[in-house]
Write a protein that binds this ligand. Structure first.
Ligand code: OXD
Ligand code: MN
Length: 588
């Protein structure tokens, strides 16, 4: 027996002693196992059968109404030194963290089955992939992990060969928000999550492992674990460039990753291939370029707003073999959500009550679909390549109703890291709490970085070692609003125009105007043929508002200072360089 199997068996025994389950089931990931779990969940009401003619193999899960999103205020990073977790994380000492949560786990699986779920994040045969084991008492979690990760026997076989694996312990507990914690122990490669069945809190391979624990591991091993989609942009010459893009939760990563080019572009032969829609692990290859894999095997996407016009590829992907969570249903039992725009209407809302628009939306704003990436019509064949895909451009973006133009390019890597560090966005329904509040969300990692942001930015800067051939960095803002409060940019497929300009820049073919905030596209080089834009849109999407940016840079300076002496001087110098450039062009 390999040493990791011995360690795994020992841990399973320990957990069983603590939690006291009635039975232990080791998951092999097979169809037979899944069918039995689904039948059991159908019998006890955890899963509700949807219309099997229109949506074969698809199910609805209604969660506890108090358990519908990530809970950032209950999410902790437990490092020996508080400063290692940083001001960006809630912190507890490892001893306190274990004690707090172990008290909850004590005896919590009595009367339940404990599932042992071995999984691999990334293609089974990729050196970039990493394994973990989630122990859970939720069959719904098992069914979702089977879609979202490479789960079961092949992962167990890989764990046998590995030096380490991430240990994740999960129980839905009583689903009591007062008895809920999502604890991370990066130094021990351990996660303990209690009291929630919601994806981001309970599918431990996703945010807990692939971002919080992996970001910590990545720092010590010289790679990056990021909250980014990965797409391949194929031009009419058949050349594909890969782009990784970080946007906060529920800001359109899935839509961009599955983009359908506008008509004219399609006719010319442009295509977008999806490698991933949420998480990207990348590492410098022997040629110095960054190579990326999507550690996930499925999509846990936001349902509302997904339609045949906004994201036809997602809609096709979820026509079968999909678990829907917290959506509404139609009279003939089809899943329904706000913005599906399919001519149908809901009769039952996400809480299982008769739909009443004055009471609540049919689908929860953070309702989700879980589906295998293999069902996506534009899933990239390269997504399974163990070597990963070479990244040509990194994109940062958030919801910025004012100030921030449609797109700009960072002048170099250090500037790009500052642009990522300064990212701001309005909050969304993906996390509990107020929606639409502006906050800094560096690199879309605010809820997910498993260590001090100051050290994280230093790690990003360290990749620029003079040998690596790093991607260009851009910032986009699809969410700029006009005086009437409406979006100025049409978004969705039209975003391809911006991606085309970026690749033009990468290939040194497209032009830009240098400004203190970065390089803005020349309107000759960004193809706007066929897009109707108001004069206000043309002015604001490509503008550079000097006083507004001076205030923004001052606020960025204050933000960096908030991290104290650990903040890399190079980033503070970069902020100062831009402030000086802004002041230099101040009209006297
Ligand atoms: C997600 C999130 O579920 O970011 O991807 O919340
Ligand atoms: Mn996400």
């Amino acid at each position: 027996m390999g040493s990791q199997l011995a360690a795994l068996n020992e841990w399973v025994t320990e957990v069983a002693e603590l939690t006291g389950p009635d039975a232990i089931h080791w998951c092999d990931g097979s169809d037979v196992e899944n069918a039995a779990l689904v039948a059991q969940m159908q019998a006890d009401g955890t899963l509700i059968e949807l219309n099997q003619q229109t949506h074969p193999g698809s199910w609805l899960h209604r969660s506890d109404p108090d358990d519908v999103a990530r809970v950032e205020h209950l999410t902790f990073v437990c490092t020996t030194e508080q400063d290692d977790a940083g001001p960006n994380n809630h912190w507890m000492s490892p001893a306190d963290g274990h004690a707090k949560v172990d008290a909850l786990f004590d005896g919590c699986m009595a009367g339940r089955t404990m599932y042992v779920v071995p999984y691999c994040m990334g293609p089974i045969d990729s050196p970039l992939s990493r394994c973990g084991v989630e122990i859970t008492d939720s069959p719904y979690v098992v069914a979702n992990m089977r879609i979202m990760t490479r789960m079961g026997a092949p992962a167990l076989a890989r764990i046998e060969q590995e030096k380490s694996f991430v240990k994740g312990l999960h129980s839905v507990g009583e689903l009591d928000p007062e008895r809920r914690f999502i604890m991370h122990f990066p130094e021990e490669l351990t996660i303990k999550s209690y009291g929630s069945g919601y994806g981001g809190n309970a599918l431990l391979g996703k945010k807990c492992h692939a971002l919080r624990i992996a970001s910590h591991q990545a720092k010590s091993e010289g790679w990056l674990a990021e909250h980014m989609l990965i797409l391949g942009l194929e031009n009419p010459q058949g050349e594909t460039h890969y782009i990784a893009a970080a946007f906060p939760s529920a800001c359109g990563k899935t839509n961009l990753a599955m983009l359908i080019p506008p008509e004219g572009y399609r006719v010319d032969g442009w295509k977008v291939w999806t490698v991933g829609d949420d998480i990207c692990w990348m590492r410098p290859g022997s040629d110095g370029r960054l190579y990326a894999i999507n550690p996930e095997a499925g999509f846990f996407g936001v349902a509302p707003g997904t339609s045949a016009s906004s994201n036809p590829n997602a809609l096709k992907s979820i026509q079968s073999n999909t678990i829907f969570t917290n959506v509404g249903v139609t009279a003939d039992n089809q899943p329904w959500w706000e913005g599906i725009d399919n001519g149908m209407s809901p009769v039952t809302d996400w809480r299982g009550e008769p739909y009443d628009a004055s009471k609540r939306p049919a689908a929860h704003p953070n309702s989700r679909f879980t589906v295998s990436a293999k069902q996506c019509p534009c899933y990239s064949p390269e997504a399974e390549n163990p070597a990963g895909v070479p990244i040509s451009a990194i994109v940062f973006g958030g919801r910025r109703p004012s100030l921030v133009p449609l797109v700009f390019e960072a002048r170099d890597w250090t500037h790009g890291v500052l642009v990522g560090a300064a990212m701001g966005s309005e909050t969304t329904a993906a996390a509990s709490g107020a929606v639409g509040v502006m906050r800094r969300d560096p690199m879309a990692m605010k809820p997910f970085c498993g260590y001090n942001f100051a050290d994280y930015f230093a790690h990003w800067l360290s990749l620029d070692d003079g040998r690596n051939k790093l991607p260009k960095i851009f910032h986009v803002n699809w969410f700029r609003k006009g005086e009437d409060g409406k979006f100025l940019w049409p978004g969705f497929g039209e975003n391809l125009r911006v991606l085309e300009w970026m690749i033009g820049r990468v290939k040194d073919e497209a032009h830009a105007i240098e400004t203190p905030i970065g390089h803005l596209p020349t309107l000759d080089d960004l193809n706007l043929d066929g897009v109707s834009l108001s004069d206000e849109a043309r002015a604001k999407l490509f503008d550079f508002d000097r006083p507004g940016w001076k205030a923004e840079l001052d606020s960025i300076g204050d933000y960096l200072e908030g991290y104290g002496p650990r903040m890399p001087q190079a980033l503070k110098d970069e902020q100062q360089r831009i402030v000086k450039a802004l002041v230099a062009i101040e009209p006297s």
